[in-house]
Design a protein around this ligand. Structure first.
Ligand code: ATP
Ligand code: MG
Length: 445
């Protein structure tokens, strides 16, 4: 089986292969890039496998990153582009359920046999464009099947990260998981807990970033992988919601629908915030006149700190996601908000992501888009400004009029800026008048 031609972004990998082959060694494109080429998808990156030992690779490419050298991997850097060049290898025993204790250098055939899934175990000879397939990978690509290379139980036992990787590939390619692979996956799902969380979270995030993300979450759940990773999401199942706002069903169903509604290429903050926007609902469920979830946004915004730390997400991402969760209910009040307040809100750096989460939230439930449309109009207006107008009233102005710095400053400055954005005043004197009047009317200030 051959591919027709190689895309232009393969040129660095091809250059490296040529240099390696000039030394008399074998070298192939390998793994995910061959899978994608066969499927007609342009690979994002190319991996090379060769018979040349790492020390020899380093001699040829002295500016390489050699941190993976003991595992036979050298990252060759060519004008800022990095290509992973790995010596054919056979994995030694796995005693930690994640990485082989050592590797021995071997042949292409043995290198293929240690790879996770048949569809990821193809090699390509760039001179002939021929695909080398020792494990039935092409048939599985043709039939849309994810199947381990060799016995699933053994392969998952060796490296439990493969449990979630099987879902990632099935979701991304819209493939089915082969029966025996699927059964082993279900039996061993809880063992994902033994893998370092950042590795699991990284695969999980890749699933979330691939649309339709809600289907990915449902697939993780179907094979029993969601509960060991995110029990908080499992708790949303069976949590009823008021019919008039959520005709679609419980909180879990709604969340998956909302994720499926996201536009392509969302940011990390968007996908995590959509997944967790209602995570506070199970704790705040209450039936009064109807089902209510008082304070669920606040509860969710707080929970995400523990969850995010567990998943080893960066602090910056956690804070952003928390802010979005906290504010996702504010759209319900948009008709009661003064224009200045809306303008100040939509100008916040996280607002566009918040708006996308809100859009998906509505599209995955009642489908009333009026708040979304109103916020979008304000956002477009703000976008036309190169920068937001500078504040007429600042902390310095408040001190000048004899106020003591303290917690009220924030409230006064926000109120003044919102009024300025509504053109309630246009110069400092009028601004000071506004502040004085505001303090009189809000005596608790
Ligand atoms: P993507 O396009 O998403 O990067 P990929 O197939 O390139 O997909 P990588 O995680 O980059 O996936 O891994 C590159 C290749 O290395 C895989 O195609 C597979 O052959 C092999 N591989 C990666 N991780 C494992 C693993 N845990 N066990 C066995 N083989 C693996
Ligand atoms: Mg890759």
């Amino acid at each position: 089986m051959k591919v027709k031609k190689l895309p232009a972004n393969a040129s660095t990998a091809l250059k490296i292969i040529k240099i390696v082959k000039n030394c008399g060694a074998e070298a192939y494109l390998i793994g995910g890039c061959v899978r994608d080429l066969y499927l007609g998808i342009e690979p994002k990156d190319y991996d090379v496998a060769t018979s040349l030992p790492p020390d020899e690779i380093l001699k040829l490419f002295p500016h390489s990153n050699e941190t993976g050298k003991s595992f036979g991997v050298v990252r060759v850097n060519d004008q800022g582009e990095e290509v992973e060049v790995a010596t054919f290898r056979l994995d030694g025993p796995y005693s930690d359920g994640r990485r082989p204790d050592y590797v021995t250098f071997s042949s292409l055939k043995e290198d293929i046999s240690r790879r996770d899934f048949t569809i990821n175990a193809l090699a390509l000879n760039p001179d002939t464009l021929e695909i080398i397939d020792y494990v039935g990978g092409i048939d599985d690509l043709e039939n849309g099947i994810v199947r381990t290379v060799g016995l699933p139980e053994k392969r998952f036992q060796e490296d439990r990260l493969r449990l979630i990787r099987s879902i990632r590939f099935a979701h991304r390619l819209n493939f089915k998981i082969e029966d025996e692979t699927g059964k082993a996956l279900t039996r061993m799902a809880q063992e994902i807990k033994t893998v370092a969380m950042e590795r699991v979270a990284d695969e999980f995030q890749k699933i979330l970033l691939t649309s339709p993300a809600g289907d990915g979450i449902k697939m993780l759940d179907r094979y029993g992988l969601l509960s060991p990773i995110l029990p908080e999401i499992i708790r949303m199942k069976g949590v009823d919601q008021p019919e008039q706002f959520h005709p679609e069903g419980d909180v879990f169903i709604h969340t998956c629908l909302a994720l499926n509604e996201l536009k392509p290429n969302p940011t990390k903050a968007i996908v995590w915030a959509t997944l967790f926007h209602d995570v506070g609902k199970p704790d705040t469920f209450m039936v009064t006149d109807r089902i209510r979830f008082h304070g669920h946004a606040e509860r969710g915004a707080e929970m995400i700190f523990d969850i995010g730390k567990r998943l080893k997400l960066s602090n910056e991402l956690i804070e952003r996601v928390s802010k979005i969760i906290l504010e996702h209910q504010r759209f319900g009040d948009i008709d009661k908000m003064r224009p200045g307040r809306i303008k100040n809100w939509v100008a916040q750096p996280h607002f566009e992501e918040l708006l996308e989460v809100h859009r998906a939230d509505c599209a995955g439930s009642h489908r009333d888009m009026s708040a979304y449309e109103k916020a979008t109009e304000f956002l477009n207006e703000i976008r036309q400004l190169e920068t937001m107008p500078p504040r007429i009233i600042t902390g310095k102005t408040l001190i000048e009029i004899g106020l003591e710095p303290g917690p009220i400053f924030k409230e006064l400055l926000t109120a003044a800026y919102e009024a300025q954005l509504e053109d309630s005043f246009t110069n400092k004197e009028e601004g000071i008048e506004f502040v004085k009047k505001f303090m009189n009317e809000n005596r608790n200030c």
